[in-house]
Write a new protein. Sequence first.
Lengths: 115, 111
Amino acid sequence: NAGVTQTPKFQVLKTGQSMTLQCAQDMNHEYMSWYRQDPGMGLRLIHYSVGAGITDQGEVPNGYNVSRSTTEDFPLRLLSAAPSQTSVYFCASSSKGWGGDHEQYFGPGTRLTVT
Amino acid sequence: DQQVKQNSPSLSVQEGRISILNCDYTNSMFDYFLWYKKYPAEGPTFLISISSIKDKNEDGRFTVFLNKSAKHLSLHIVPSQPGDSAVYFCAASFTGNQFYFGTGTSLTVIP
């Protein structure tokens, strides 16, 4: 198993550009999520999905879109990048989203810089 | 407003001694708590969890304690090892879908 994979590892964007951060998991997990990590802020939930076709907003969803067309993939789209979106982005997955154990498996992260 | 707080940004402990990492939360609806460990340039990895119906959970050298009345969570590592040096995050959830993380505590275990 590759676990949770994220691409790219690093990305530099100019303000206003768009891009998609890719996330894939091969553990057949129903629950997937995106976080951003900023200094002094910990990890904050952007969007999450409890299964294919179902997504919902987390704490900091503004400026980001997601979709979940398959169980395996959960891409995060930045429609018009802003310097405030400079951060490290982590994708995570787990087998249960409704009660029970919530151990999440995280990808290695994408470091995004917006200039 | 931060619902999960880790007030100690860093902690240094001698090898072999106990490490105690603390976490406070404000939302009494949280019913599940987790600790994650993170090395630089890697994603967090799950360490240990506890449900609100328990007050203690052990896994080898790691023990998590939950004090619901004080809204306080702690992670004990005994004995501490140099490989434990990392950033530790606590997290909490009340729906099973939304997880709130603390800001992390950087643990350094001195050989």
